[in-house]
Write a protein that binds this ligand. Sequence first.
Ligand SMILES: Nc1ncnc2c1ncn2[C@@H]1O[C@H](COP(=O)(O)OP(=O)(O)OP(=O)(O)O)[C@@H](O)[C@H]1O
Ligand SMILES: [Mg+2]
Length: 252
Amino acid sequence: MSENTKISIDNMNLHYGSFHALKGINMEIPEKEITAFIGPSGCGKSTLLKSLNRMNDLVEGCTITGKVELDGEDIYGDMDVNLLRKRVGMVFQKPNPFPMSIYDNIAYGPRTHGIRSKAKLDDIVEKSLRDAAIWDEVKDRLKKSALGMSGGQQQRLCIARALAVQPEVLLMDEPTSALDPISTSKIEDLAVELKKDYTIVMVTHNMQQATRISDKTAFFLLGEVVEFADTDKLFSMPADKRTEDYITGRFG
Ligand SMILES: Nc1ncnc2c1ncn2[C@@H]1O[C@H](COP(=O)(O)OP(=O)(O)OP(=O)(O)O)[C@@H](O)[C@H]1O
Ligand SMILES: [Mg+2]
């Protein structure tokens, strides 16, 4: 394991029932960098992402072998799942704010972790919204429903909600695919800003996006990681013919 590894995946296999969805995955995800997952639809990107905070536990018939370690600790061992999900937060493709006020969306997580003080919650709400680059747009309407925000604002709210419990890792599954180009660019800038403090793993169908913001890229095909390398290298000098075919648009 290299020194700056945050998440280490060692010979991991995942089955949905009899379907072998992830095959012999080995990957070391570096701390405080952006790692992108790319590849055609159905190749297992979301499956691997969700495995990193055990979201697949909820899927009946899903079995996992091999090892996934967070800071050297086996996440499928004794680790408390709630604690794991606090350390490894997730943002989904479609913004999914809770049907409550902007303030309560952000305070929700900290409250469930036992924070009751109004002053403390106020601080967390402001800091999280600032860190997600949405504070200025919502500071005068914190008590209004989050459902009244634009899609791009809702997605930054969801990022703020993920940040509010002080995670170490942020998993993002195609966080900009439902957004317009301006909102997309805001989320990309935000991700680059956030990697100073957080380890980010992002699934994207947009290869330009991967080249713009990620440090490392993993190319998936049919449940395997074909190639995992520095993003510059993977896109300029892919080691595998299948990677080359995909990034040059010859299939996919
Ligand atoms: N809950 C599930 N039960 C059974 N099979 C599943 C389940 N979730 C995903 N799969 C299958 O596992 C494979 C990988 O799916 P996954 O969602 O990880 O792909 P993906 O790379 O994220 O695709 P996309 O780019 O379309 O989001 C697919 O064949 C999919 O049908
Ligand atoms: Mg997916």
